[in-house]
Write a protein that binds this ligand. Structure first.
Ligand SMILES: [Fe+2]
Ligand SMILES: [Fe+2]
Length: 163
C-alpha cells in the first residue's frame, strides 16, 4: 500500500458521511410539505445514524489508540477529538428525539439538523489535519497498513453485528 493512500479507508468513510450530511442539509435548507420534510429527515437518519455510530466506534477502536500511543495519555488533541465524538452522538440523539416528538416544531428540527451537519464538518476537518497527518508522519508504512486493515475489518465486524 502506498504511504499516501493508507488513509483512503477513513477518507472514504468521511465522504460517505458527507454525502448523507449533505442530504440532511438540503432538506433543512429546502423543506417541502410539513409532513414530507419530517419523513425525509427520518429516512436520512435511518441510514446516517448507524453509519456515523459505526465510524466513530471504528476510529475509537483503531486510530485513537494508535494516536494515544504516539502522543501519550495526556494528548490534548485526542481529548478534543473524543469530546467531539461525544457531541456528535449527543446531537444525533437530540435530533432523533425531536423527530419522534410530533409536538416539536420544524424550526427546532431544522436547527438541530444544521448543528449536526456543522459539528461533523468541524470534526472531520480536525481529523484530516491532526489524526491522519500525525499518524502518517510518525508511523512506518507497514504500521499504517496494519491500521488500515484493522479499520476495514472493524467495518466488517460492526456490520455483522448490525441487526
Ligand atoms: Fe472522528
Ligand atoms: Fe472521522
Amino acid at each position: 500500500m502506498d504511504r499516501k493512500c493508507w488513509g483512503e479507508c477513513i477518507r472514504e468513510d468521511h465522504e460517505s458521511l458527507d454525502s448523507q450530511a449533505g442530504a440532511l442539509k438540503f432538506v433543512v435548507d429546502h423543506p417541502t410539505g410539513p409532513r414530507d420534510r419530517r419523513v425525509a429527515v427520518g429516512l436520512i437518519l435511518r441510514s446516517f445514524s448507524p453509519r456515523l455510530e459505526s465510524h466513530l466506534w471504528k476510529e475509537e477502536q483503531v486510530f485513537f489508540p494508535a494516536l494515544r500511543h504516539l502522543l501519550g495519555s495526556n494528548a490534548g488533541m485526542l481529548e478534543i477529538l473524543l469530546n467531539q465524538h461525544g457531541q456528535l452522538r449527543e446531537q444525533l440523539r437530540r435530533l432523533t428525539d425531536l423527530l419522534e416528538d410530533p409536538g416539536q416544531s420544524w424550526e427546532a428540527i431544522a436547527r438541530e439538523g444544521q448543528c449536526l451537519v456543522d459539528l461533523l464538518e468541524e470534526h472531520e476537518e480536525k481529523e484530516g489535519r491532526f489524526l491522519l497527518e500525525i499518524l502518517e508522519f510518525s508511523l512506518q508504512p507497514e504500521e499504517l497498513m496494519t491500521l488500515a486493515r484493522q479499520f476495514r475489518q472493524a467495518v466488517h465486524q460492526s456490520s455483522e453485528e448490525a441487526p
